[in-house]
Write a protein that binds this ligand. Structure first.
Ligand code: ATP
Ligand code: MG
Length: 235
């Protein structure tokens, strides 16, 4: 079985790529899996997150993929994945272009696209997904793609606009994650949102469950069962 390689990508900045990538990495580490997280962002947000992580927590290898190695190391050694690795997770920078995206897809089989509920983000996501669907690997359905609504606030017009947009896509819209400061706290402490198991964040575990289930499912043809997050609709 090839090691699953899960890419978090959206050309739009600030949509939650790092927050979701680190949370997922921490979740897998917490269930005993060996995780290697590649940080392609020169801002090094995932690297900094890793530095804040306590030694008591299951360890995660974070690779500074944005930095070219010096003379002491080859690029292929820097980017190696030890055979005992269970999951590879890739955090990407904002502003990735069509060519870079196609290159990223060559190496990775799973793609998660976080999208925020705002008109600008919806528009940007539409362009990004159009470019994505033009790449050879996506056209041949050789990459498993999911969209996640992030920083969702209940019953807002923008969330409903995002939901409508995501339902029109021919891509699995696997879950909606709420807007909560708990994500910031987790980031600050080198943790993931799922490391905290209290009544206060039971809903976050429920919201992540469809995404981890989707990732567990190796069948590319399966469309996640999508249910709107909120029952009530506003007119
Ligand atoms: N569900 C959430 N609830 C509350 N805050 C969130 C949530 N998701 C992300 N954030 C916050 O939003 C900000 C942007 O998130 P993040 O850095 O993960 O985005 P990004 O896509 O990696 O950004 P960049 O494109 O700059 O790399 C951060 O301050 C993060 O803590
Ligand atoms: Mg980031």
């Amino acid at each position: 079985m090839p090691i699953p390689r899960i890419l978090f990508c959206n050309a739009k900045g600030g949509c939650g790529k790092t927050t979701l990538a680190t949370s997922l990495a921490s979740y897998y580490a917490g269930i005993g899996q060996r995780v290697r997280l590649f940080d392609y962002d020169s801002q090094g947000s995932s690297l900094h997150w890793r530095q804040r992580r306590s030694d008591d927590l299951p360890q995660i290898d974070v690779v500074d993929a944005a930095r070219r190695p010096g003379t002491h190391m080859t690029r292929s050694w820097q980017m190696r994945v030890p055979p005992e690795t269970d999951k590879v997770i890739i955090d990407t920078p904002a502003g990735i272009d069509r060519t870079e995206l196609a290159g990223m897809l060559q190496e990775n089989d799973w793609l998660i696209i976080p999208v925020l509920p705002s008109p600008i983000d919806i528009q940007a996501a539409a362009y990004f997904i159009r470019d994505l669907l033009l790449t050879g690997k996506a056209r041949k359905k050789q990459v498993r793609i999911a969209v996640v609504a992030n920083r969702v606030r209940k019953n807002t017009l923008t969330y409903h606009a995002l939901e409508r947009f995501l339902f029109t896509l021919k891509l699995p819209f696997v879950t909606s994650l709420r807007d909560t400061q708990l994500y910031n706290h987790a980031m600050q402490n080198g943790q993931g949102i799922l490391d905290r198991k209290t009544a206060q964040n039971r809903i976050d575990h429920e919201q992540w469950a469809p995404l981890t289930r989707w990732l567990d499912n190796a069948d590319i043809s399966v469309r996640a069962a999508v249910t709107p997050l909120f029952e009530e609709k506003i007119s």
